[in-house]
Write a protein that binds this ligand. Structure first.
Ligand SMILES: [Mg+2]
Length: 264
């Protein structure tokens, strides 16, 4: 059972964005003050996103436009985590990627990944909003040859404006599974991998890390799987009812991040 003292001891806050600090273009009341309070208390914060179709500068631009302080050190995407994962597990190997130009650039320029258009020693599926049939075919060929299969995130859909959505990486992987019988290892939430990396890189132990999000089965599950403190906010998807029905329970539930301002 976590207490308010555990909350006070948190040194690193890992925050989801959509549904947690804003919804689309609408900033939640108190969200900017919460981030400013983290800074004032000399604690750290990083926005964690499963979306591998954009790069960190797209997020920094949006956060700035909405009034949030953020620089490169404050953003961690599942695409960046993929770069680290590939270097830890498949250093120097040829990687066949189906992903956006932004993800390609991220992996090649920032993680020195050797990307190829066909063949490859590892197949990687991203949230590819620029997907084409030749890319699908190349991935199927690679999977059929038995190479390891990785994917950035298991989300089936990605919400866009006006309550609409677009198919996400998880849906593309189900198509590949139907075609090849292969299932990927997902790097993004609910895997603990992104949290494990940040804990190791920043030298902050898991008890001093809090994960804050609005989805129990991704945000809260990743924190739970990593052994971090978990905080579910009711400003987005989760409701008290869905939390009650879930096997995984957050350590704390608040209406919004505003409620945390006086508790950290
Ligand atoms: Mg969310």
């Amino acid at each position: 059972m976590k207490t308010q003292k555990d909350l006070k001891n948190i040194e690193l806050f890992l925050l989801d964005m959509d549904g947690t600090i804003y919804l689309g273009e609408d900033v939640f009341d108190g969200a900017i003050d919460f981030i400013k309070t983290i800074i004032k208390k000399n604690k750290k914060y990083i926005f964690l996103t499963n979306n591998s179709s954009k790069n960190k500068f797209d997020y920094i631009n949006k956060l700035h436009r909405l009034g949030f302080p953020a620089d490169e050190a404050n953003i961690f995407t599942s695409g960046m985590a993929m770069g680290i994962y590939l270097n830890e597990n498949y250093k120097g190997k040829k990687v066949l990627l189906s992903g956006t130009k932004a993800l390609e650039d991220e992996l090649r320029d920032n993680y020195n990944i050797n990307l190829v258009n066909e063949g490859g020693d590892v197949a990687v599926m991203g949230f590819d909003t620029e997907l084409t049939y030749p890319k699908l075919r190349a991935i199927c060929d690679a999977l059929d040859s038995g190479v390891p299969f990785l994917a950035t995130n298991p989300d089936l859909v990605c919400p866009i404006e006006n309550k609409r959505y677009i198919p996400d990486c998880g849906s593309m992987c189900i198509m590949l599974e139907n075609a090849t019988g292969r299932k990927p290892t997902y790097i993004g939430k609910p895997s603990p991998y992104m949290i494990d990396i940040l804990s190791k890189e920043l030298g902050i132990s898991k008890e001093k890390i809090a994960v804050i999000g609005d989805r129990v089965y991704t945000d809260i599950a990743s924190g739970y799987n990593a052994g971090a403190l978990t905080i579910c906010v009711l400003s987005g998807e989760a409701t008290l009812k869905t939390i009650e029905e879930s096997k995984i329970k957050p350590d704390f539930i608040f209406d919004s991040v505003k409620d945390l301002i006086d508790l950290i």
